[in-house]
Design a protein around this ligand. Structure first.
Ligand SMILES: NC(=O)c1ccc[n+]([C@@H]2O[C@H](COP(=O)([O-])OP(=O)(O)OC[C@H]3O[C@@H](n4cnc5c(N)ncnc54)[C@H](O)[C@@H]3O)[C@@H](O)[C@H]2O)c1
Length: 298
């Protein structure tokens, strides 16, 4: 459902693995393109007469300012709900688009239930399975994923998706709450964006003082524990401390300022850490206060 970059890679990947696939899209040019490649393409999802199937929602979820625009995604989900109503079989709806956490069990579940007259988990199954492929190598990435994430409240649905997707290989992580899978995908993209902005900000400073960033960044990519150790720095509620990180983040901010380069990302790094220090110390104090009456009573 939605046969653009992700929908096409998903559908063609399943076709190559021997599955039957129907592509659905509302764009005339997408439909012509997919028909020219010999695929079964429809302008509407029709499930009447279909036996149990997986329906992958690979609809667009662009942003409008600082918000996701879920209008096309909602329209596609609504159409799936109506199609479910016309089918006696129990289908599995899988959210593969990148969506804000809570969308599968909030928006999608409601739209499917309202439009099908059925209840999720009974009349149809519902799952989240975000796509990690890169647009430049979409087909190749779908067929050789390095990470597959599946989430559903229903363990049998997780298992069915595991069987469907495990032949493609790669690491597989499963969750029982779809919001966790949705959070994984959003974090994945935001982490990549933050890393890119970090090095771009460092590049501005390096350029200002006449240094070539490339060999520097390539060295740090192999030296920084945050880069070489996947476990480093990933625990929430744990601000950095010690001597070196507070010293060099604050010191470098002043250094960059001295050569005329503003570093909003580095400043935010310091501010976030200061904020977390307060949050953690408030929570420790609150826990200690709660513990006192107990001690007194004892
Ligand atoms: N492009 C990527 O590299 C990439 C990678 C991972 C995840 N994603 C996510 O996957 C989702 C899809 O992205 P994409 O790049 O494939 O988008 P896309 O724009 O290439 O494709 C979306 C397709 O959905 C169709 N569509 C829109 N409304 C529809 C409706 N109501 N019914 C049926 N079809 C409809 C459009 O015509 C279009 O062909 C997004 O959530 C995106 O964030 C994208």
């Amino acid at each position: 459902m939605g046969s653009g970059v992700v929908g096409t890679a998903t559908g063609e990947g399943f076709l190559a693995a021997g599955h039957e696939v129907t592509f659905v899209d509302i764009s005339a040019s997408r439909i012509r393109e997919l028909q020219s490649r010999g695929h079964d393409v429809r302008t509407e999802l029709d499930l009447s007469g279909e036996s149990d199937s997986f329906i992958f929602l690979t609809l667009p979820t662009p942003h409008a300012g600082y918000e996701y625009d879920l209008r096309a995604f909602s329209a596609g989900s609504t159409a799936v709900g109506k199609a479910l109503k016309a089918s006696p079989a129990r289908h599995t709806v899988v959210v593969r688009s990148t969506v804000p956490p809570g969308t599968t069990e909030g928006l999608v579940k409601n739209l499917l239930e309202e439009n099908s007259g059925m209840v999720a988990g009974e009349g149809f199954a519902l799952a989240s399975n975000p796509e990690f492929l890169r647009a430049v190598s979409a087909a190749e990435d779908f067929r050789n994923p390095w990470m597959t994430v599946i989430a559903s409240r229903d363990p049998q649905t997780v298992e069915r998706l595991r069987l469907l997707l495990s032949p493609f290989g790669g690491d597989m992580r499963t969750f029982s709450n779809p919001a966790e899978a949705e959070f994984v995908k959003c974090s994945h993209n935001i982490f990549n964006a933050a890393k890119i902005s970090f090095w771009n900000e460092m590049w501005l400073v390096a350029r200002e003082i006449g240094l070539d960033l490339d060999p520097i960044a390539a060295t740090v990519a192999k030296s920084a524990e945050g880069s070489i150790n996947p476990q480093y720095g990933i625990r929430g509620g744990a601000p950095y401390g010690g001597v070196c990180l507070p010293k060099d983040t604050c010191g470098f901010l002043g250094f960059a300022d001295g050569v005329g380069v503003d570093m909003p990302l580095l400043r935010a790094v310091v501010q976030v850490n200061e904020h977390l220090e307060k949050v953690v110390s408030n929570e420790v104090e609150a826990a200690a206060e709660q513990a006192v009456p107990n001690t007194d009573r004892a």
